[in-house]
Design a protein around this ligand. Structure first.
Ligand code: GLV
Ligand code: MN
Ligand code: MN
Length: 350
């Protein structure tokens, strides 16, 4: 599909008269109007303020914990939380994280059962600081999220139930060279830090290609001193490397030799929650397609901390693109997802 023939947000927004979840679309738009929202920035603060107002309107008891996470609860009962995050990557779309918060609020409002809660975790994109710092531990956590990949689109399915979340390791590598004159330093005596960094980027690509299901990305590069006519003397780059299980992640991490690596283990989702989600998908007359998540999520952090956790994916359109303004899910798929989430939360809370 070419970019110009891609379904756009505007087209979906115009068709929303047909969609009974208009409120979600309006709120997606209000949040998108805040622009990119890096964790703990004034823009993320503004998004949390908007959400806190919606939580209060819904009659939830609102609190903010020490990590800045926003939690809206109906007190009592088995604590079953849903939610996601409202921070974004630079150059983000509208749905990543945001959809899980808004759909979660719809479901909790619909059910109104004691024990239910909606949580907005801080700073998910840069390493899940909010969910790592959250000291309250619900009895179960269910996160709805845009798939961010093409699996459901290819299978022609609106929804999928997540089996497990990949493990990942993030860190940096530093390359030192000798800065010098770009015109007078012969090629055979140069110590160019960027050339060494470029070799590492290719090494990371080959390392990930050699391990089934693994991926590695260099997304940031700092080149010093940064002059067009100066040989680079120092380069620092970021690495994000992922693999479906711990032994493959070990092999990948060994190959990359990262400085100050931060590792998140692969997290299987709770069988009880998977079963609840599958049952609700099947109640709509759809087959319950199950798939792993290549993206990291707060649900993985909670699962690693011992909270039974599960995830429902909503089909991504536009080829599955995400971390990109063309990220898209349809109102019809979102409506189905809210129904499934509501049903699953109802099963889990009682
Ligand atoms: C979160 O979006 C991630 O990078 O997986
Ligand atoms: Mn997300
Ligand atoms: Mn994301």
């Amino acid at each position: 599909m070419t970019l110009s023939s891609r379904p756009s947000w505007n087209r979906w927004a115009c068709s929303r008269g047909r969609f009974r979840g208009v409120r979600i679309l309006d709120r997606l738009e209000q949040l998108a109007a805040l622009g990119d929202r890096i964790g703990y920035s004034p823009e993320e603060d503004a998004a949390h303020e908007l959400a806190a107002g919606w939580f209060r309107e819904a009659g939830l008891e609102v609190e903010v914990d020490a990590a800045g996470n926003l939690i809206g609860r109906i007190p009592g009962g088995r604590e079953v939380w849903t939610g996601s995050h409202l921070d974004t990557v630079p150059g983000a779309g509208r749905f990543d994280g945001t959809l899980g918060v808004l759909a979660g609020l719809e479901a909790v409002e619909r059910l109104g059962s004691p024990g239910l809660g909606v949580v907005v975790f801080r700073d998910e994109e840069r390493g899940c600081a909010g969910s790592r710092g959250c000291t309250a531990r619900p009895d179960a956590y269910v996160e709805l999220h845009i798939e961010q990949g093409p699996t459901l689109l290819r299978a022609d399915m609106p929804l999928g139930v997540v089996t497990a979340i990949v493990g990942y390791v993030r860190g940096r590598r530093t390359f030192e060279g000798t800065p010098g004159h770009a015109g007078t330093t012969p090629m055979d005596v140069r110590e160019d830090a960027l050339v060494a960094a470029a070799e590492f980027v290719l090494h990371a690509r080959e390392g990930a290609r050699g391990i089934e299901g693994a991926v590695a990305t260099v997304g940031q590069l700092t080149v010093e001193p940064g002059g067009t006519n100066v040989i680079p003397g120092r380069v620092v780059l970021s690495v994000d490397a992922r693999a479906p299980d711990a032994s493959r992640l070990d092999r990948l991490a060994d190959a990359l030799e990262l400085e100050e690596p931060v590792r998140t283990e692969p997290s299987p989702m709770s069988e009880e929650i998977r079963a609840a989600l599958r049952a609700e998908v099947e109640a709509l007359g759809l087959p319950a397609l199950e798939l792993p998540s290549g993206a990291g999520h707060d649900a993985g952090i909670l699962a690693s901390a011992g909270v039974p956790s599960g995830m429902l994916f909503v089909r991504s359109l536009n080829g599955g693109v995400s971390h990109n303004p063309a990220e898209l899910s349809s109102p019809e798929d979102i409506a189905l997802a809210v129904d499934v989430l509501t049903g699953a939360l109802g099963r889990l809370v009682s």
